[in-house]
Design a protein around this ligand. Structure first.
Ligand SMILES: Cc1cc2nc3c(=O)[nH]c(=O)nc-3n(C[C@H](O)[C@H](O)[C@H](O)COP(=O)(O)OP(=O)(O)OC[C@H]3O[C@@H](n4cnc5c(N)ncnc54)[C@H](O)[C@@H]3O)c2cc1C
Length: 521
């Protein structure tokens, strides 16, 4: 098998402009001749479905939830990054690009990440235009805070409910297209399989979760925005419904994974409390702006935190990483927390915990300021643990949180199966071995609003003969692997004259060679 990342030539900063100027355009009256299936209506899927509908394509959007508003994106708390430099603290597209590459241990694909940094600027404008109520300074300009692994403040937020507010913005854009008839919504539909005809994605098989009916739906292109797979670890910060089945089914039809081993362990989650828990609760990274992480210097110290004097506390992140302090990147902070617990300094009933302490910030800024920034997170912690974080430090411990790996995609976000696009957390391309905080929402919206709709314009208008040969959408059979479907919707894609093979391609370095080799067999 051969894969080609199709990175546009030229300098990093010129690649996206060059790509856009060379994509084959589809004229407005031809766009409605294309059917596109979008699976998922989280931030990535809802934004894609709305954008493609707005462009004039016929879109069918499938989710297993009862409403797009239930997608896991709604759980995102802390914020969304953008290189706006509103704080005048030295931020730039180049710096966001560099931080993302470095934060991901130099394992992300540079071309995609540079585009992401460029698009971040427009994403915030788009969200503001949709009415997303970002926090503002007293003078009215948008406020920012910091997230781990960076030394600027570039994170835009809406209290501790940024994902919810962004998803409502994307949902409204989607609803508008549904009302205009460009998007047909299929709620409570589970994608069971991907239909591949002559090597091209041509549709999906679904189960209606209310009636049980199994149906197939045909399209010229299929877009998967079905989220991450970190629930394979059983206890994680993800919603229980985030089940990873869609990308797994696409993989069984030949879509390759990239970096499936790259999983983010988030440092600030509420420690597991018992055997009957179905998930873990994240305490947003934004809390590390004002909270200080520490453990007692003495091993197995059972004193209450307030009884442990300053001199007997180990602020281990500030000690080990003075330039980033408590905002060290997630992988580094998680590892450091586990290390002190392994050494016997952990706190709480299980000894698997460290303190996240707001006492200094409350004294410096006042309780009201801390309430304004984090009230809902503090309430959530209080409801779950019964402890008041205004009076005593939070107890936190690392937990599986995000999958940087996912289905392999090229620069145009297309998988190795022509016609199958993968966006948001479901793909592998932008975060390398460690995602920086507040960059997933940025990627979901950038993929959905700007990146994915652009290369969709590289499709060629299908002929009427192809159109008439479409797969009957009502067929209720799961396609067997050997059955040949009519060669219906063929997305004409130019293959590069010399497509590099997996082993030799410089662009394949971000892809798990093991998995690819397995597929070759
Ligand atoms: C607790 C928490 C807090 C977070 N906070 C932040 C933050 O502050 N900032 C940040 O940048 N990131 C944050 N993240 C990460 C971020 O929220 C996610 O990476 C992002 O929202 C994923 O969006 P998505 O659109 O790719 O997928 P999702 O929002 O997970 O949407 C998946 C969609 O696919 C559908 N679907 C899945 N499988 C199927 C199927 N088989 N058939 C039909 N439909 C299917 C679902 O119904 C859903 O609509 C957080 C994550 C967690 C867990």
């Amino acid at each position: 098998m051969e894969i080609n990342a199709k990175i546009p030539p030229g300098k990093l900063a010129e690649k996206w402009a060059k790509a856009k100027s060379t994509y084959k355009l589809v004229n407005p009256s031809n766009k409605r001749k294309y059917d596109v299936i979008v699976v998922g209506a989280g931030l990535a899927g809802a934004a894609t479905a709305a954008s493609l509908g707005e462009l004039g394509y016929n879109v069918k959007c499938f989710v297993f939830h009862d409403s797009p508003r239930r997608a896991h994106s709604i759980a995102a708390q802390g914020g969304i990054n953008a290189a706006k430099n509103y704080q005048n603290d030295g931020d730039s597209i180049q710096r966001l690009f560099y931080d993302t590459i470095k934060g991901g241990d130099y394992r992300a694909r540079e071309g995609n990440v540079y585009r992401l940094a460029e698009l971040s600027v427009s994403i915030i404008d788009q969200a503001v235009a949709q009415g997303v109520p970002f926090a503002r300074e007293y003078g009215g300009v948008l406020e920012n805070r910091s997230f781990g692994g960076v030394q600027v403040s570039r994170t835009f937020y809406a209290r501790g409910q940024t994902g919810q507010q962004l998803l409502l913005g994307a949902f409204q854009a989607l609803e508008r297209q549904i009302a205009l008839g460009t998007v047909k919504m299929y709620n409570r539909y589970d994608m069971l399989d991907l239909v591949v005809v002559d090597g091209h994605a041509k549709g999906i098989v679904t189960r209606n979760l209310l009636t049980g009916a199994v149906e197939s739906h045909a399209a010229d292109a299929v877009v998967l925005g079905t989220g991450g797979y970190v629930n394979v670890f059983y206890l994680s910060t993800n919603a229980k419904a985030s089940n990873a089945t869609a990308i797994w089914r696409a993989h069984r039809r030949g879509a390759l994974f990239g970096n499936p081993c790259y999983t983010q362990i988030h440092p600030t989650c509420i420690p597991q409390a018992g055997d009957f828990q179905s998930k873990l609760t994240l305490m947003s990274e934004s809390l590390r702006n004002d909270g200080r992480i520490w453990v007692p210097k003495a091993k197995a110290d059972k004193r209450a935190p307030g009884d442990i004097p300053e001199g007997e506390r180990d602020y281990f992140l500030e000690r080990k990483y003075p330039s980033f302090g408590n905002l060290a990147p997630r992988d580094i902070a998680s590892r450091a927390s586990k290390e002190v617990c392994d050494e016997g300094q952990g706190i709480g009933p299980s000894g698997r915990g460290v303190y996240l302490d707001f006492a200094d910030s409350i004294e410096r800024l006042g309780r009201k300021t801390i309430e304004e920034r984090y009230a809902n997170l503090f309430e959530m912690y209080h409801d779950i643990t019964g402890e008041d974080p205004y009076r005593q430090p939070m107890r936190i411990y690392p937990a599986p949180h995000y999958s940087m790996g996912g289905l392999w995609v090229d620069y145009n976000l297309m998988s190795n199966i022509p016609g199958l696009y993968v966006i948001g957390e479901a793909n592998f391309s932008d975060h390398g071995a460690n995602r920086l905080g507040a960059s997933a929402l940025m990627q979901g919206l950038a993929d959905g609003t700007l990146s994915c709709p652009s290369p969709s314009a590289t499709t060629s208008p299908r002929s009427s003969a192809r159109r008439s040969a479409q797969i009957a959408p009502s067929s209720a059979r799961l396609p067997s692997r050997s059955r040949r479907e009519p060669h219906a919707f063929f997305l004409q894609r130019e293959r590069a004259a010399s497509t590099p093979s997996i082993g030799n391609s410089a662009e394949s370095c971000g892809t798990s060679a093991g998995w690819l080799e397995a597929r070759k067999g």
